[in-house]
Design a protein around this ligand. Structure first.
Ligand code: ADP
Ligand code: ZN
Length: 847
């Protein structure tokens, strides 16, 4: 890669550092510290500074030669010998702090390498000189005396250990002694520095001929043991020093390995390995595909933007790649990435959740072997650490990751791709900073002069609106790849393709089923289609937005529903394939679990029964109706880790199980040509959520799940079961017509002045005491309203307080207030929020 101007060059002129201090709050505030002689710091350095009685971490945001205040303390030292943030990252951190209303340090901390998050260890020791001063020690009580003795004996003690040793209220005593300067503090930052990793492999201890001879003799021995020993030896002869002792012990048995070592034939070697999250995957290098005309158009537009933005004063260009499901968006990303790398610049690919989109990862890794770094929360800390530093070194021209990868230390970024840009996993929900990766990506693009490509088959209403306002350029892939080649296949019920080449979708009105006496999970149409698909050798995906067996447990006598004790939500029935083998009722918010009980707690009748249905119930029903077909369940109960997700998917891809039942996961990015039927068990779950985005979310998930079918030559169809067949979101999803949906939705948003016609800030408040919770929420609303009038910010509406959903969570009562208007932050600036309040700018939901 050619050298470019270095924006991170350190400016160390001047003797004062402006430092954003950890835990100091105060949004954009920095504090000035004198830089002592011999200490070299500049913008982007992580430093240690005194703050109150403590020493804390801080990030240097600037250097000046004049102090802004009179009394100035010395900065202690740099925490790392080089800047950890670039000038560009510092600018983006500033923007985040302002926009999302979080402290500067917190914003900057998102960009620090893993393990640099502060874990401060404070030690205390006795200041002998002060202790000798009778004036200071005159008022000390017995607990203070005891504390000083304890420390004197130990010489130096960890502060929390001392406080604990003093019993209740111990930390107050320690604080007082520190204030009196009788105890001196020394803080050290605990190095969480990851160490290099070693693995143990089996190698040959003697010449291979000699071992070969032993192996031949073993073969002649009667019984299985000799043969097993021989095969272990031969295995290591074939590839000495490559397989780990653990793997071989698993395969041949621990005792065989021990025997070979004792016999002096094999030995253990330790070798250092780079922790490479891609090591378990084996990717075959793949060649670019010949782009379709639509793909070529999109690739051309992005390529010319990549070429021109470099030296322009114009802001870099942004694209929305709106391509129907199966239209080949990934190939466009791959080509754009290739072009960007040809220009010597790096690429960032954001995906909603790596574990759920293994196919996207596979496509990048196989097209660009050895060039892709992976960054996401599912990595082991060691893997994350290695990847971060190697990215910072410039080892990888492509970084692929989920939300937080947007902060990766990429030096010369030329392109950011956001796949499935409508996904709300891009918005950090908890804890702060509650940022949207799309918004942060835009800032990084602006700083680097990089091109932004956002792709989706169901774009975010707000993103699409921006194309109408010419803030973002629209690129379309209007049809499925290969539609002309596959021809028309009409041998399944309702399997005619749409004009865009997608599978036909049928809506089934479940009211008709009930009327005709079918109260089951599957409509007659769905059953028929399943039979046809499976008989013809196809595979089926059934989608349901609910885990467990039943939605809830309800008393048939009085109607009361069993709810969580800590949250205001109904508990969900889970059958005994859970790890502990017991049937249980589970709260999906806090994990609370109880044994199911027939007896109703309200009316004492013995008539509590499961109602509604979850994934488990659907699996049971498929097994009953289609014995031997092989049913797989895919939800958070069966798959919690990336590996587990991969295993479920592999089993389905192998084809031994031909029906896949799952929650949202089955809607995301699967590209399996053998799938000839998709069934949505109920489209209604999402429609009734009290949120202005309920329609949009439903449309997106229904369209995405329907988009999984009909990707192969056998075509296929989708069936949506619903009690609200006339709902515009269901109708548009069945037609797979984003434009039709958008036209209705944007009208509704306009009528109600909802985003994108306005902006929202959600203020959340929670408290253990329900009365205090409501009082504080009301007080805040009154205060906001007063300020609203007093300041003339009458363009901002104050809505609430409203109970959050769920109203009680983990025993805490939750209220929220929504600020709505073009500049809601102006009103927020005028009030002081206490610690119990959270601020969410551009919230993902308003319930
Ligand atoms: P999307 O992400 O838009 O839903 P994909 O990128 O998954 O679509 O592409 C759908 C399928 O079409 C994939 O199997 C992909 O390999 C294939 N495909 C994409 N572009 C081409 C092309 N130009 N020629 C042949 N096949 C293609
Ligand atoms: Zn709960």
């Amino acid at each position: 890669m050619e050298a470019r101007s270095n924006p991170t060059q350190v400016d160390t002129r001047g003797n004062y550092a402006q430092v954003a201090v950890d835990g100091a709050g105060g949004q954009e505030r920095t504090f000035t510290y004198r830089v002592p002689d011999g200490v070299e710091v500049g913008p982007g350095y992580l430093v240690w500074v005194p703050f109150g009685a403590r020493t804390v971490q801080g990030m240097v945001f600037g250097i000046t030669d004049t102090p802004e205040v009179d009394e100035i303390r010395d900065l202690e030292r740099a925490a790392h010998e080089a800047p950890l943030l670039s000038a560009r990252q510092i600018k983006v951190a500033r923007w985040m702090s302002t926009y999302y209303r979080v402290g500067l340090f917190m914003a900057a901390a998102q960009m620090l390498p893993p393990g640099f998050a502060s874990r401060l260890r404070t030690w205390v020791s006795v200041d002998a000189e002060r202790l000798a001063d009778a004036a200071v020690t005159a008022d000390l009580g017995p607990r203070e005396d005891r504390a000083l003795k304890m420390v004197e004996e130990a010489g130096e003690m960890r502060r929390p250990a001392l406080a604990r040793g003093l019993g209740r209220g111990g930390s107050v005593v320690v604080d007082r002694l520190i204030r009196l300067k009788l105890l001196a503090t020394r803080s050290e930052w605990e190095h969480q520095r990851q160490k290099p990793r070693y693995i143990r492999v089996l190698a040959l201890a003697v010449e291979s001929e000699e071992i070969e001879k032993v192996a031949d003799e073993l073969d002649e021995m009667p019984g299985i043991r000799g043969i097993e020993r021989a095969s272990l030896l031969r295995r290591v002869i074939d590839a000495p020093g490559t397989e780990t002792q653990a793997d071989l012990a698993r395969e041949f048995g621990r005792s065989r390995v021990d025997w070979a070592k004792k016999a002096g034939l094999l030995r253990v070697d330790e070798i250092q390995v780079e922790r490479d999250p891609l090591r378990e995957h084996q990717f075959q290098t793949t060649m670019p595909l010949d782009p379709t005309a639509a793909q070529a158009g999109a690739i051309g537009a992005i390529t010319s933007a990549l070429r021109t933005t470099r030296n322009d004063d114009d802001p870099p260009r942004k694209f929305l790649l709106y391509g129907v499901t199966g239209s080949g968006k990934t190939e466009v990303y791959l080509r754009a990435a290739e072009k960007c790398m040809d220009l010597g610049r790096s690429v960032l690919i954001l995906v909603p959740e790596i574990a759920l989109t293994p196919q996207t990862l596979a496509r990048f890794a196989s097209r660009f072997p050895g060039k892709v770094a992976l960054l996401h929360s599912g990595l082991q800390p060691g893997e994350r650490f290695d990847q971060w530093w190697r990215i910072a070194k410039g080892d990888f021209p492509i970084v692929l990751g989920s939300r937080s990868a947007v902060f990766a230390p990429i030096k010369d970024l030329g392109l950011i791709v956001i796949d499935e840009e409508h996904e709300w996993t891009y918005k950090q929900h908890d804890p702060a900073p509650r940022y949207h990766a799309r918004a942060v990506a835009e800032r990084f693009c602006a700083e680097h002069g990089a091109v932004l490509v956002m792709g989706s088959a169901t774009p975010d209403i707000e993103s699409f609106r921006r194309t109408e306002r010419s803030e973002v350029e629209l690129l379309r892939l209007p049809a499925r790849v290969g539609i002309g080649d596959f021809g028309e296949v009409g041998n399944f019920s309702g399997s005619r393709r749409t004009a865009a080449g997608q599978a036909g979708v049928r809506i089934v009105d479940m009211r008709d089923e009930l009327r005709d006496g079918n109260a089951g999970l599957f409509s007659r149409a769905l059953l028929k289609a399943m039979h046809e698909s499976l008989e013809a050798g196809g595979r089926v995906i059934l989608f349901l937005n609910r885990r467990g067996t039943a939605a809830f447990v309800q008393c048939r006598q009085c109607g009361s529903v069993r709810t969580c004790r800590r949250c205001d939500t109904s508990l969900t029935m889970h059958r005994s394939d859970m790890p502990d083998g017991i049937d249980s009722l589970v709260c999906h918010y806090c994990g609370y679990r109880v044994r199911p009980n027939k007896k109703c707690r309200t009316c004492n009748a013995e008539d509590m029964r499961p109602m509604g249905s979850g994934t488990q119930a659907v699996v049971a029903e498929v097994e009953r109706r289609f014995p031997g077909v092989g049913v797989l369940r895919w939800d958070r109960d069966v798959a919690r880790t990336a590996r587990a997700h991969g295993e479920v998917l592999d089993r389905f891809l192998e084809g031994k199980s031909r029906v896949l039942v799952g929650t949202q996961m089955v809607a995301k990015g699967l590209d399996i040509p053998e799938v000839t039927l998709v069934g949505v068990i109920s489209a209604d779950t999402g429609l009734s959520i009290p949120d202005f985005r309920a329609g949009e979310r439903s449309f997106q998930i229904l369209t995405q799940v329907a988009g999984r079918v009909g990707r192969g030559p056998d075509g296929g169809s989708a069936i949506i079961q619903t009690f609200q067949p006339e709902h515009y979101a269901v109708q548009a999803a069945a037609a797979q017509d984003f434009q039709a949906f958008y036209d209705v939705e944007i009208g509704l948003r306009g009528d109600h002045a909802d985003p994108p016609f306005t902006r929202l800030i959600r203020l959340g408040h929670s408290h253990y005491d329900p009365t205090a919770a409501l009082d504080e929420a009301k007080r805040m609303v009154a205060l906001l309203n007063e300020e609203r009038v007093a300041s003339g910010e009458t363009g901002v509406q104050v809505i609430g307080p409203s109970p959050s959903y769920p109203f009680r969570m983990r025993g805490v009562t939750r209220w929220h207030v929504i600020l709505k208007g073009a500049y809601p932050e102006r009103l927020l600036d005028r009030v002081q929020l206490g610690r119990d309040w959270t601020v969410d700018v551009d919230p993902a939901s308003v319930s």
